[in-house]
Design a protein around this ligand. Structure first.
Ligand SMILES: [Zn+2]
Length: 70
């Protein structure tokens, strides 16, 4: 897993300049306002699957009984 450039973690809360305490997985949480700072960006969910291909226009009428023997 490639390690990106380490971002410097702030020592104070960017919101209220309150004290930070280490949370889960090197994350930081603010004691005062509860601001949560991710040491590593939270994983994004995989890209949503593309919508299923639209079937062509429906053919009207009775389907052929044996399309292979034309
Ligand atoms: Zn704060």
């Amino acid at each position: 897993m490639p390690a990106g450039p380490k971002r410097p973690m702030p020592r104070q809360c960017p919101r209220c300049a309150g004290p930070l305490y280490p949370g889960y997985d090197d994350d930081l949480s603010c004691l005062f306002c509860g601001e949560y700072l991710f040491a590593n960006l939270p994983e994004r969910p995989a890209a949503p699957a593309p919508p299923p291909a639209q079937p062509g226009p429906r053919k009207r009428g009775r389907p052929r009984k044996n399309p292979a023997a034309a």
